[in-house]
Write a protein that binds this ligand. Structure first.
Ligand code: MV4
Length: 446
């Protein structure tokens, strides 16, 4: 087992990893920017190294600075968390070369899933269902238009270097195709330094259902059931739950098997997530694979009663998994509490938290790095807490969430709490009738 893990991240996930390390008897190293010196991850780690100014590119995204911190603290493993360098193949490669274990998959696995055309080709070979579309890259308007007519409009153009909604364009008809392709290419080139695009049939009003998987270093892969993340706003997830209200045993079995096939196709090691689009006829299609621990892993933890960070560290250290799949025994919902003003287009609301009372009680979990007197810096992601409720049924879970939201008090800044309070009362949400389009029609009352 590792003796000392450096956590190359900040905020609640850094704290989350530190907690499990402590329980496992592993020493921890926090890294922090000058904007985060008062953060709890710095206080709770055994050691802490300042790696630079507030700007991410000069701190949490700097491979050089992080490797210097690894060097001076003599850490034998690095936990990347989510975001920042978590899916940076170059970083994983530098760790490999330096002989420090990157807690996650190999650089090669990250690269294969990071390039969406390669990922999709890999899935087609592995017989995992994908959305019908262009075979590989759309190189010209002429060629693309021919393919689009065959697929049938509407189609969606996606950047191979994109993911998570960046660099996507929906095209409704032939007339728009050329213009949209050119615009998308320019955008992708500017954002990712790679303008390669591919095309798919546009699936209308899909659900976003993802399967959590875990693979060890000996080729064993198991699935840990699904999370439904259909409640999103501009590709930002706001609510996640497990089990999905849309799921049944038969579909779970099929999607679970497909997710295992997907992971096995690249000999996957670590915890990962296979994202699917699911249409109204219960047809599901591979969308992308996330090669990291995700924000919403906590929902799975609550319904299967396992510590996923612990499992992740164990497989990274070379332990074998049992190979059995896990199924939800409870219902869990997570809401993201962001330092944002939901009444003003979710604009960021950083600043001093003057009072902070997080919900407590049976079936309530709050993962947060915030506290009264903490200043939310304006430089990073706005999530300040995850509120997770667990109960026997979805109905009870929603009631518990309402109670927990009522006692979540944050003063000094604006948060997404009022949004979640209204969402929990929404008829469609309560019926589990949510697709990725749901929030477009949702109106916040004053
Ligand atoms: C799609 C789609 C419909 N049809 N692909 C958005 C994020 C990126 N991972 C892929 N996304 C989508 N791909 C086809 N062929 C609709 C979306 C999509 C979406 C997906 C999941 C969650 C929220 C979304 C919001 C808008 C569009």
């Amino acid at each position: 087992m590792f003796k000392k893990i450096l956590i190359a991240n900040r905020g609640e996930i850094a704290l989350r990893v530190i907690r499990t390390c402590k329980e496992m008897g592993i020493r921890t190293v926090a890294v922090y920017s000058t904007a985060d010196k008062e953060s709890l991850h710095v206080r709770f780690a055994d050691e802490a190294v300042c790696i630079g100014p507030p700007s991410s590119s000069e701190s949490y995204l700097s491979i050089t600075k992080i490797m210097a911190a690894v060097e001076i603290t003599n850490a034998d493993a690095v936990h990347p968390g989510y975001g920042f360098l978590a899916e940076n193949a170059d970083f994983a490669e530098v760790c490999e070369e330096y002989g420090v274990k990157f807690i996650g998959p190999s650089a090669q696995m990250i690269r294969m899933m990071g390039d969406k055309i390669t990922a999709k080709e890999t899935m087609i070979k592995a017989k995992v269902p994908v959305v019908p579309g262009s075979a590989g890259q759309v190189k010209s308007v002429k060629e693309g238009l021919k393919a689009a007519k065959k697929i049938g409009f509407p189609v969606i153009l996606k950047a191979t270097a994109g993911g998570g909604g960046k660099g996507m364009r929906i095209v409704d008809n032939e007339e728009e195709f050329g213009e949209q392709l050119e615009k998308a290419q320019i955008e992708a080139g500017a954002s990712f330094g790679n303008d390669a695009m591919y095309m798919e049939k546009f699936v209308e009003e899909p659900r976003h259902i993802e399967i959590q998987v875990i693979g060890d270093q000996y080729g064993n892969v198991a699935h840990l059931s699904e999370r439904d993340c259909s409640v999103q706003r501009r590709h930002q997830k706001l609510v996640e739950e497990s089990p999905s209200p849309f799921m049944d045993d038969k579909l779970r079995d099929k999607m679970g098997k497909a997710a295992i096939k997907a992971a096995k196709a690249i000999d996957y090691e670590g915890v990962g997530t296979v994202e699917f689009l699911v249409d109204k006829n219960r047809k599901f299609y591979f969308m992308e694979m996330n090669t990291r621990i995700q924000v919403e892993h906590t929902v799975t933890e609550e319904v299967i009663n396992r510590d996923l960070i612990k499992e992740q560290i164990k497989v990274a250290a070379g332990e074998k998994i049992s190979g059995k799949n896990y199924y939800p025994t409870m219902h869990a919902i997570e809401v993201r509490i962001n330092a944002e003003d939901p009444y003003h287009d979710f604009r960021p609301s950083p600043g001093l938290i003057t009072s902070f009372h997080s919900s407590k009680g049976h079936g309530v979990r709050v993962d947060t790095h915030a506290y009264a007197g903490y200043t939310v810096p304006p430089y990073y992601d706005s999530m300040i807490a995850k509120l997770i409720c667990v109960a026997e049924t979805r109905e009870e879970c929603i009631l518990k969430m309402q109670r927990a939201l009522d006692e979540f008090i944050v003063e000094g800044i604006k948060t997404t709490v009022p949004f979640h309070q209204q969402l929990m009362k929404d008829e469609r949400f309560r019926n589990g009738d949510v697709t990725t389009k749901f929030l477009e029609d949702f109106e916040l009352k004053p």
